[in-house]
Design a protein around this ligand. Structure first.
Ligand SMILES: Nc1ncnc2c1ncn2[C@@H]1O[C@H](COP(=O)(O)OP(=O)(O)OP(=O)(O)O)[C@@H](O)[C@H]1O
Length: 239
């Protein structure tokens, strides 16, 4: 990332070049992957099962210590990750989960504010088991956003929720992203979710980016949806 003379950061938030990762001798999962994500850009990542989506996310999150050697990754200083399960600590109340590890004097106030933003005002002292699945994911989003990340990584965050809750969470995530403007990489199996939420949709195949399309807000969503389903090889199988 280059700094211009005015001191502003320029260039992409995420820059991946020639990334390789393999777990066995018989071929790689990531095979020279290149990817840029601009600051504030929302990118959805789709692809068939086993194409390396989570492997890429783990590499960007710094959770894969062995992804090294060839290629390189640049990510911002502050990165938050949301998973399919909320990963709330069961022995901590909701607010304590949200601010866990935050060492600022105003952590409590920020945590309350984040919980209000995700619609959980009044649930600060609840235990995680007292929350529904959707509420747990709201708390998980609050825990991420309270850190004001420049990059939000989300691995199927709504995959375990019912259809109605998912739709509500889509609206919430869009609202939060518009307010906080992190760069986002969202893994999803749901093409509709990708098209509704993202500015760009990327299809991963064979460990590289196979397709990279911008979601034009005035382009018919159905057309893009059909195109992406065809790219995934599920032509005619979609709804
Ligand atoms: N730690 C690991 N050790 C061995 N193999 C692994 C490991 N992590 C991932 N793999 C393998 O790498 C391949 C890609 O896995 P990955 O989880 O990245 O795929 P994915 O695209 O996220 O799949 P899905 O959509 O099913 O979640 C799989 O074949 C998987 O078995």
């Amino acid at each position: 990332m280059a700094a211009n003379p005015g001191g502003l950061i320029t260039g992409p938030a995420v820059r991946v070049r020639d990334l390789h990762r393999s777990f066995t001798e018989n071929g790689g999962v990531l095979n020279g992957l290149d990817l840029d994500i601009a600051p504030g850009e929302f990118v959805a990542l789709i692809g068939r099962s086993g194409t390396g989506k989570s492997t890429l996310l783990r590499a960007l999150a710094g959770l894969d210590r062995d992804v090294a050697g060839r290629g390189h990754i640049t990510v911002p200083g502050s990165v938050s990750v949301v998973f399919q399960d909320s990963r709330l600590l069961p022995w901590k109340r909701v607010l304590d989960n949200v601010v866990f590890g935050l060492r600022t004097a105003d952590a409590g106030a920020r945590g309350r504010q984040a919980l209000a933003e995700v619609g959980l005002a009044g649930r600060e002292r609840a235990w995680p088991f007292e929350l529904s699945g959707g509420e747990q994911q709201r708390a998980s989003l609050a825990r991420s956003l309270v850190r004001e990340p420049q990059l939000l990584l989300a691995d199927e965050p709504f995959g375990a929720l019912d259809a109605l809750t998912r739709i509500r969470m889509h609206a919430l995530l869009r609202k939060l992203c518009e307010a906080h403007r992190p760069a986002v990489l969202l893994i999803t199996h749901d093409v509709d979710e990708a098209v509704v939420l993202a500015d760009r949709v990327i299809v991963l195949d064979g460990g590289v980016v196979r397709t990279d399309v911008r979601v034009e807000k005035d382009r018919p969503r159905d057309e893009l949806r059909r195109f992406l389903l065809a790219e995934l090889g599920v032509e005619g199988e979609g709804r």
